[in-house]
Ligand binder design. Structure first.
Ligand SMILES: Cc1cc2nc3c(=O)[nH]c(=O)nc-3n(C[C@H](O)[C@H](O)[C@H](O)COP(=O)(O)OP(=O)(O)OC[C@H]3O[C@@H](n4cnc5c(N)ncnc54)[C@H](O)[C@@H]3O)c2cc1C
Ligand code: FES
Length: 382
């Protein structure tokens, strides 16, 4: 269900052709029908919001009612997310929200959404949803998941980044006897999500769970010294899970590496803001054609064009005036996924699709550049 992510920073500027990084993979077109099982349901379902819980003045949790016939479809692993589709001021917008609930522990699937200043969807959800409302959601996805090995854990969260970390924490505490240290950074006490729940877990599991609170108002932003203090003497062999704003995650990652934590033990979930793709796609429209014929099908419309060097399939679709789905544009969310019908692509970052999905020909169009003379892609969401 969940393959954990490769550690990498989103080096791909939306304005520049993507460099061929160490994590790039070549993806071929989907196998013939019947050769593989179609694994995941990638479509949207309308779910009832059973409850809206006010967590802080800036954050709500949505407890979702998953009907019996969709139970299997909405099974998830701690750390995964769902993609939500809402219409705000006439624009259809897609955003990912991680489960704050833990599978097998919490009765219902819940996500927690924190307001972003001027953010369209986060504020719409906080202001408009109430008990009994409805929302469109895709089934769970993502690879920021707890591994099977019973190792002790280091957790690092800041702000809304606590959401998948909270799910991972509850799951890890419930199964086995791992020791867990959580560094949790927030602006101030009032904005701290799950304060009471974390305190209760620390009391219930005091012998093996420590939460280290960091409030910016008291101590300034987290720096390398704070991260170093979070590490117990023997904790550089533990897997580390990190989620929060980019500067926080960069500081944590650098400090962990400096302390000797192996790169493949560091797991990072990026809540990267959506970029202004109109601007970036327009800039790449002047790139020279590279001899590749690219066909894109979306919402029943099919366009064939001379591909421009370095341009992703998502950027090409936008240059063609299509309206492709996207959210993070950094390979984290799978909102932009499509399926290769013909040819090959290089996918620069994949922190969202499972190995099985890649074998089936699914690609993240925001990370995929065509590499065969003829390439054809169909967008997967309905
Ligand atoms: C895999 C994944 C899981 C996520 N899980 C969660 C979650 O559990 N809870 C949660 O609250 N959010 C989560 N996010 C972030 C969420 O998807 C949205 O990006 C966020 O809610 C902002 O969307 P918006 O429409 O409100 O803002 P937009 O209208 O897209 O952006 C408005 C402005 O705010 C900036 N901005 C956008 N997002 C952020 C941000 N996160 N921090 C700071 N500035 C930003 C933009 O650059 C822009 O200037 C997740 C993202 C990903 C990719
Ligand atoms: S838009 Fe998020 S993975 Fe492509």
């Amino acid at each position: 269900m969940c393959r954990r992510e490769q550690r990498n920073r989103p080096g791909a500027s939306a304005l520049a052709p993507l460099p061929l990084g160490e994590n790039a993979i070549i993806v071929g077109a989907m196998p013939p029908p019947g050769a593989v099982d179609a694994t995941r349901d990638h479509g949207f379902h309308t779910l009832r919001v059973a409850r809206v819980v006010t967590e802080t003045p800036d954050a709500v949790s949505l407890v979702l009612d998953v009907p019996d016939e969709l139970r299997a479809t909405y099974e998830y692993a701690a750390g995964q997310f769902c993609t939500f589709r809402v219409v705000v001021d006439g624009a259809t917008l897609l955003r990912c929200y991680s489960m704050s609930s833990a599978p097998g522990i919490d009765d219902a699937l819940a996500v927690t959404v924190k307001r972003v200043p001027d953010g369209r969807v986060s504020n719409w959800i906080n202001d408009n949803l109430s008990d009994g409302g409805e929302i469109e959601v895709t089934p769970p996805a993502g690879v920021f998941c707890l591994g099977d090995e019973p190792a002790d854990l280091l957790l690092f969260a800041a702000g809304s980044g606590i959401t998948p970390i909270f799910s991972i924490l509850k799951t890890a505490l419930a199964a086995g006897d791992r020791r867990i240290r959580l560094l949790y950074a927030n602006r101030d006490r009032e904005s701290t999500i799950f304060r009471a729940e974390l305190d209760a877990l620390a009391v219930a599991h005091g012998d093996r769970f420590v939460v280290i609170d960091h409030l910016d108002v008291d101590a300034g932003f987290v720096d390398a010294a704070v991260v170093a203090r979070t590490l117990a003497d023997d904790s550089t062999d533990c897997p580390a899970y990190v989620c929060g704003p980019t500067p926080f995650m960069d500081i944590v990652e650098d400090a962990l590496l400096a302390a000797g934590v192996a790169p493949d033990l560091i797991h990072i979930e990026r809540f990267t803001p959506a970029a202004d793709l109109d601007e970036s796609s327009a800039a790449l429209a002047d790139a020279p054609a590279d001899g590749i014929e690219l066909t894109i099908e979306l919402d029943g419309r099919t366009e064939t064009t001379a591909h421009r060097a370095g341009t992703t399939i998502l950027q090409t679709a936008r240059q063609l005036g299509m309206d492709p789905p996207y959210s993070c544009e950094s390979g984290s969310c799978a909102t932009c996924m499509g399926r290769l019908r013909e040819g090959t692509v290089t996918m620069h970052t994949n922190d969202a699709l499972t190995d099985e999905e890649v074998e089936e020909g699914w690609i993240l169009t925001c990370q995929s550049v065509p590499t065969a003379p003829v390439v054809s892609v169909v967008y997967g969401y309905d």
